[in-house]
Design a protein around this ligand. Structure first.
Ligand SMILES: [Zn+2]
Length: 483
């Protein structure tokens, strides 16, 4: 009736399927950049540095070479003799079951168990980078639950580890786009505890967040229960009445708005990552993977993109910004006095001025630049009232992004050029890729692996304006397509 956390016996049984999952359920996800290293400590008696490498675990860097201490190694510290002590943490996916002490002697190539009589130095407080100052980017640690040997919950053909990783990567992409979009006003510095199907222990997730000096820790999970009728969304913090609880309430409200799932409410729990992170931490249970109706949402790439956006909105609100869907691309190639024909500069990030609008025509991209959930649209405003507009795509930029003179404007997108479609402007605006239309990634033949593409709008304009040409162009917009 009231589903609780999965029993550890289920996690153990499911871990037997981890190998099969790694080969199949993550095949659609492209490998992400890995290896971001966080320095944790310097050996006081030797030129060695301890680093935590995202997706690759704890390692000691020496002049003579690197010693890998393992993915599950945690709580590492040097003693006065320069020996490195650390612990290996065993957990069931949420709760720590046991810890083992290990020691690496000076110059040794592999760690060993301590002999009887040897005692580890006390565990000091977690190392922590300085917190971000007021006005600096918010530092967010995104924690996709499970991964690697631990697939998490499994149901309806879905693996929790893959579902939550996909949501986390989309959240990362949206936060990056938000940082690049000056209209939103929010800026984010991000760390993912994993960006691939990697095994990362609970203790190590906390170490990563603490070493990163995160302002907030956002863990993303999917729920499961033996009764398939159990369904809905719930969001956790360790305690009520805290900063974490305030963020938890925003996430819960935005998730319900995005998915219209059953409201199971906001809750408290002593989950390992909520207790052992040094900053306000939340844990989202998006929906039940064991419920057929919830699983349809968890399995839909568009729904997962909306879940990511719900978390984006919650974070924006939590930090005092107005919820803002960031522009999907980065504008470039603006019309200036120096570059536009006849000195007809545009303004405000647009192309060159035209006969109807001294500000020039402005192109922007909205929606999700995700191939699996492409909702990208290209909108051009500031056009002559009823002109014909041709949207096109290039694989490169012209003149390093500055553009080259073309008609009454600048040509910004170059390389292999594809015409995406023409539209008739109404009231000086036109859109390509609206609801129900062919997707931009389809007409642009963007490969399955994604990649960088550049967009621009060409439009008819009066022959009597500036040069004898009868056309002008907008600014360019660069879009990074993700799988
Ligand atoms: Zn989980």
């Amino acid at each position: 009736m009231h589903p609780g956390p999965r029993p550890s016996i289920v996690a153990f049984a499911l871990s037997l399927f981890a190998g099969a999952c790694a080969a199949t359920c993550l095949a659609a996800l492209a490998p992400q950049a890995v290896g971001q290293a966080l320095p944790l400590a310097r050996n006081p008696v030797a030129p060695e540095e301890l680093r935590l490498v995202v997706d690759a675990g704890l390692r000691l860097e020496r002049r003579a070479g690197t010693v890998d201490l393992g993915l599950d190694a945690t709580a590492a510290r040097f003693d006065a003799a320069g020996r490195l002590w650390f612990e290996r943490s065993l957990d069931d996916g949420r709760v720590e079951l046991a810890r083992e002490s290990w020691v690496l002697d000076l110059g040794a190539s592999a760690p060993r168990r301590p002999s009887s009589g040897e005692t580890a130095p006390p565990r000091s407080a977690q190392p922590s980078a300085p917190r971000s100052a007021f006005g600096a980017p918010h530092r967010i640690c995104i924690d996709p639950g499970h991964g690697g040997a631990d697939p998490g919950a499994v149901g309806n053909g879905l693996f929790e580890e893959a579902v939550v990783l996909d949501v986390a990567l989309r959240l990362r992409d949206l936060l990056d786009l938000d940082s690049a979009d000056p209209l939103g006003g929010s800026s984010w510095t991000l760390l993912l505890t994993r960006s691939t199907d990697a095994s990362v222990s609970l203790a190590q997730r906390c170490d990563l967040a603490n070493a990163f000096g995160a302002d907030r820790f956002v863990s993303i999970h999917a729920n499961a229960f033996s009764d398939p009728q159990a369904n809905g969304t719930e969001t956790y913090s360790y305690l009520n009445g805290t900063t974490a609880a305030a963020l938890r309430e925003r996430i819960q409200a935005r998730m319900l708005q995005a998915w219209n799932t059953t409201d199971r409410g906001v809750k408290t729990a002593g989950f390992y990552v909520l207790v052992n992170t040094a900053m306000p931490a939340t844990l989202s249970e998006l929906a039940f993977i064991s419920n057929p109706s919830d699983a349809q949402l968890l399995g839909s790439s568009l729904a997962r993109a909306n879940a990511a956006r719900a978390h984006l909105y919650a974070l924006q609100e939590h930090f005092g910004a107005t919820p803002h869907a960031p522009a999907a691309g980065t504008a470039f190639c603006f019309g200036t006095v120096a570059t536009c024909p006849c000195g007809n500069a545009g303004q405000g990030g647009a192309g060159c001025a035209n006969s109807a609008n001294a500000l020039g025509a402005k192109l922007r991209a909205d929606g999700y630049p995700f191939l699996a959930a492409d909702t990208l649209s290209l909108s051009c405003s500031g056009l002559p009232a009823t002109t014909v507009v041709l949207f096109f795509q290039g694989t490169a930029t012209s003149a390093g992004g500055a553009g080259t003179v073309f008609g009454d404007g600048l040509r910004c997108a170059a390389g292999t050029v594809l015409r995406l479609g023409t539209r008739q402007a109404t009231f000086g605006s036109a859109t390509l890729g609206g609801p129900g239309e062919v997707r931009v990634s389809t007409s642009g033949a963007v490969p399955a692996a994604g990649g960088l593409r550049h967009y621009q709008a060409w439009y008819r304009n009066a022959a009597s304006y500036c040069t004898a040409s009868t056309f002008n162009l907008s600014n360019g917009v660069s879009v990074v397509w993700r799988p």
